[in-house]
Design a protein around this ligand. Structure first.
Ligand code: DC
Length: 219
């Protein structure tokens, strides 16, 4: 059974790559960021203080999460309600990054993430897949791109989804703020595992990144 971890900062293309790879190999997919986003959304909906670790832990323990996946998209259900769009909002991402710094919350979500590992294999994407959640994984990739390129991709994505009023400077500032918080927290900070393969996708297309990854796999 193969376990493939893809870690890296937001906007590096992990989600797309992980989904395409899972589809190609017929493996299960863990979008761990979505789990933090769902917890954040539930907290916002319940008016829960984002620093109240105990309240967040009990909220997280009771979450009923379901992912419905195909090659094009992932539908995310929270207590049966489709929250696919809501979890992608900027506000939810920021809240996810805030609560993700809390050690007890991370601990509460650990087994839930590990439960995704099943035959014939798993593609896990996030910040600490290769370092904390699946340190035993045989394949670990750390996918990065410059903050400017990640902001450019985000702007493109927003334009394609029909958004107007896009503030490019704010998007870049938000990406940098999130990087800073994800990399500098004490628990499970964003960093490559010692045995991870680094891939800088700044100048690479999705197909090229997929080629680099598949060329390293001996499945
Ligand atoms: O990958 P993403 O943008 O959907 O993740 C949202 C936030 O969740 C991110 O800012 C940090 C946090 N996160 C984390 O701490 N650990 C993970 N394995 C995945 C995400």
């Amino acid at each position: 059974m193969a376990l493939i971890c893809i870690d890296g900062p937001s906007g590096a293309g992990k989600g797309t790559i992980a989904r395409l790879l899972a589809d190609k190999l017929g493996y299960a997919l863990l979008d761990s960021g979505a789990i933090y986003r769902i917890a954040a959304l539930a907290a916002l909906k319940h008016g829960c203080d984002l620093n109240d670790e105990a309240a967040l832990v009990s909220l997280a323990a009771a979450l009923d999460i379901e992912f419905k996946i195909d090659a094009q998209q992932t539908q995310t259900l929270l207590n049966g309600e489709d929250v696919s769009k809501a979890i992608r909002e900027e506000q939810t991402g920021m809240a996810a990054s805030t609560i993700a710094a809390l050690p007890a919350l991370r601990q509460a979500l650990l087994e839930r993430q590990r439960a995704f590992n099943r035959a014939p294999g798993l593609i896990a994407d996030g910040r600490d897949m290769g370092t904390v959640v699946f340190p035993e994984a045989e394949y670990k990739f750390f996918l990065t791109a410059s903050a400017e390129e990640r902001a450019r991709r985000r702007v493109l994505q927003l334009q394609q989804s029909g958004a107007n009023d896009i503030d490019q400077d704010k998007i870049l500032a938000d990406i940098k703020a999130r990087d800073d918080r994800d990399m500098n927290r004490a628990t499970a900070p964003l960093k490559p595992a010692a045995d991870a393969e680094l891939i800088d996708s700044t100048e690479l297309s999705i197909v090229q990144v997929l080629d680099v990854i598949t060329s390293k796999l001996t499945l």
